[in-house]
Design a protein. Structure first.
Lengths: 384, 384, 384
């Protein structure tokens, strides 16, 4: 008899899971909603098992003796350890390398790198998030290299590529956020009709990537939420993401609007996600400076970005704004690390410390689910 | 019937081992003597098994499919590979990251880092040894973050934190040293009443941390040894460590004294541990310079530390001084790497090459024992 | 009954394999031809199994719960992931560290490092290729440290050292190249009597090590090939390698000659291997500059090396030169990454994209074979 916890979870869709075998996750918008639901159902099972509620042994070693290789072109605490934790739990060997120590910095092409890694590794994670127009393109090139190579040889091996944050999206983060919203609100369809505020917030620390807010608006609008995006003038997101959010909201029966006032994102919201990102025009300027490897120019852009940020120090998630939310008690969300005192007041953070940790904890199960659906044939039967 | 080698080893204390489940090792002074004995008894069994004397299969895979994550804020050859070797032997996946590549360098708090890593990893190792007052505090904050998170959620997971060298102590090193002293002298109680000299020695290479001598005097004095600490003026250790050493020596029936003459540490000693460390006042100056991220100041402090060291080039472990020891034949010890020609003469080192290697080899079993006692329920039964 | 694929592979030589237990691979010239054949026969079996043609389960976990530790003193994409992929497939835990993050940069000796790593790890990979006269010597010192330590203690552990590229040779690359030549030409003895051209080619990117061409001429001449080495004046290889190539060619019934014209290496060749390396005199100048840690001098040498390279931009593998080869259709080979447009035209590379990927793919099986022969007793029986 099935364990009651597993029974209460959304059922696994065998047909859809079958189609996910070998699949990469480069943008959530590349996946159908049914595919995302199947992935999240797997993640929920893996979480229940790992938290000891699954009624089955803790051993999830579905992918023994395989290599889970991740390349990071930017710093990471959470995602590196989530990748390693996910791979280890599945019996894979996690190896993490810094992009700067590879020959990629010697001008090797991404397609070539992909072919190489695809033959040696069994799954690939990549973080490449600092330069607009480059990170996701790099991942696609790596994937093309892998596919070309595997297609041309007789290797049956599947090597899914997992986007661990690019210039456009941060899918393992936003899917973890969605899984947490569902857990918190207690229902798979819980965000339908709920107001969720995604807002820019002030940060003095560095010009952060756009991928989290972009990923949020393109993901949450698919599930019927009423999403409000707030940011100061000049902090717009990529047109393609804003466009997709609007279109999807219409299709899903939700809504999407962009406003220039942080309060509006909070008014009546069931959940708020205030976080900083860099000014759009300066993020674009970075592209050319990076191609020219012009460190002075990059430093100057960073300085100007922080000056620009400093004009909006009042964009903070504080007690007054939380008071505007539904019942004055919205769920505070953040991908962490938050700049406490700048993006959010110490008091608001203190109240939600466990919430943001539980939110973050979903990432390891989303990555496990990605690896499991991409790598394990007959996964539904294996998960019981 | 139990294998004779295992029978000759100190017995495992089931009650004490039961209490060590989930426990971190941040300072040896946090542990009772009975707890340290239990840990060392486990280490001795793991060594016997790994060296093929255990009469049981070499497979120690007590912790499969779990992640042993280590963060290093300073260089390491021995400890990195000992961590990885310990984790691998237990079936864990070792992953080692440099602190500079995490978001910790973006100002993330240690408590926050701890929460994140605690949910993703199954055990944590940390080296953070260069700044007085900071390394151990960082580890405690990480541990608090892990405990807060695990306490607030429903995860049964235990995530012990292992100090892989901090500003105060280097417990996996000093416990390896103690295990080696016992193996060398052939008895668990072997250091009782033995004179052990811990001495400063000259080094021109860099201002080394205080953690090894501090860890030695606070550990060895608990087991009845007569410990002499020798150093030039200005090279004192932290008051708290010196105080603890004196108090413990009284309690254990041993003795502890601090002298200003290297010869006195050697006279009649059964074992000597001559190694360099930085001048105390300059190690303190480093704190402010490090907080200000003032590279010039740090460089200047380092330069002055080496100038100060250079006034004491005669503090070397040479043949004459070894001649002062018990029977002229004391055991030479070092945590390695030693500055040969400066801390120790080539001749003394050559005579003890295998000894220091056997000493060093204990570290992998101490770390294995730490992971095993912290992670494996019913460990005594599993080890047979 | 044995699987047909395995039956078609060269048989495993039990006697020779028995002697390879515990053996390191530092130079192919250290191994007898029979030993190299035994290694390649193992690699072929591991490839067949991993590609799903072996008729046995994909699980190659012959070395569970052991640590495969690699230290890289130079960048790497392919070899790092090949090392990790090989170790993972065998059930080992791969850990890769950058040489700069170890205490080796604090002046620790290689012998000492070897002793330490030898006790903690179960196999060691090292890349140390930038300084003539140093990389292979470092590896030998590490091996000596391991052997001294294991010899002096009671540990049965075998810790083979694998050269992942040094100043003299790149054996896992050249053995992969040889395995690919045999696969491509469809026969174990396929290169006997075949003309193979190894040629310098122009690169503007950096002064590349000599190890690949040196390794190729010393390996291929042992198997009866007619090897032509072509390079501009000033780009000679180490005398010892050129001398060995000539001697071996005579012994094997092949031939070896050095020419100053790229075309001659292509005329009638069945396979060509055009790749860049640095000017010999400047590679020697680098030795002193590196010992003095003189960054300005190293930068100046690099600048002059690229100036020198730029006098030979016509040394490119293009369609005209490929037209000179056997049937105008030689196999193009490269260790990758190639400088497309400089070492080789885009058209030639495009035609051989899958070939160079299949060539590269052999590296993971050569490393697996190295680890398996060095670590697994009774390997022939285990591989079936």
């Amino acid at each position: 008899m099935m364990n009651p916890t597993l029974q209460a979870l959304p059922p696994l869709d065998r047909d859809v899971l079958g189609k996910l075998f070998g699949k990469s996750l480069l943008l959530t918008t590349d996946w159908t909603t049914a595919e995302l639901e199947a992935l999240l159902a797997v993640a929920a099972r893996l979480q229940a098992r790992d938290h000891g509620r699954g009624g089955v042994p803790a051993d999830n070693a579905l992918i023994p003796n395989e290599l889970a290789y991740a390349v990071f072109f930017d710093n990471s605490t959470r995602t590196k350890s989530a990748w390693a934790g996910a791979a280890s739990r599945l019996g894979m060997s996690p190896v993490i390398v810094d992009g700067s120590s590879t020959q990629v910095s010697h001008g090797e092409t991404a397609v070539e790198t992909g072919a190489m890694l695809g033959m040696n590794a069994h799954a690939m994670g990549i973080r490449h998030d600092l330069i607009l127009g480059e990170g996701n393109a790099f991942m696609r090139d790596v994937k093309k290299g892998i596919d070309d190579y595997l297609g041309a040889t007789d290797k049956a091996q599947k090597v899914p590529v997992v986007n661990l944050q690019c210039d456009i999206d941060h899918p393992t983060q936003t899917l973890a956020d969605l899984a947490w919203l569902r857990e918190h609100f207690g229902d798979v369809d819980a965000i339908r009709g709920k107001k969720i505020g995604v807002s820019w917030a002030y940060s003095p620390s560095y010009a952060k990537p756009l991928s989290v807010p972009q990923g949020l608006i393109t993901l949450l609008t698919r599930f019927g939420a009423d999403v409000t995006l707030a940011h100061p003038e000049g902090y717009q997101l990529m047109d393609s993401c804003v466009g997709a959010a609007g279109k999807q909201a219409t299709e899903s029966g939700g809504s999407f609007r962009v406003v220039g006032d942080m309060d509006q994102a909070f008014e009546g919201a069931a959940a708020v996600y205030p976080k900083s990102w860099g000014p759009y025009d300066l993020m674009l300027e970075r592209v050319a400076a990076n191609r020219a490897a012009d460190k002075d120019a990059l430093g100057d852009i960073e300085r100007r970005a922080l000056e620009r940020n400093a004009k909006h120090t009042d964009w903070i998630c504080d007690e007054r704004r939380m008071g505007l939310t539904e019942g004055g008690d919205a769920l505070y969300m953040h991908c962490l690390p938050a700049d406490i005192g700048d993006e959010v007041t110490p008091g608001v953070m203190a109240k939600h410390t466990v919430n943001v940790a539980r939110e973050a904890n979903w990432k390891v199960y989303v990555i496990m689910a990605m690896l499991a659906v991409g790598k394990v044939e007959g996964l539904a039967d294996r998960l019981g």
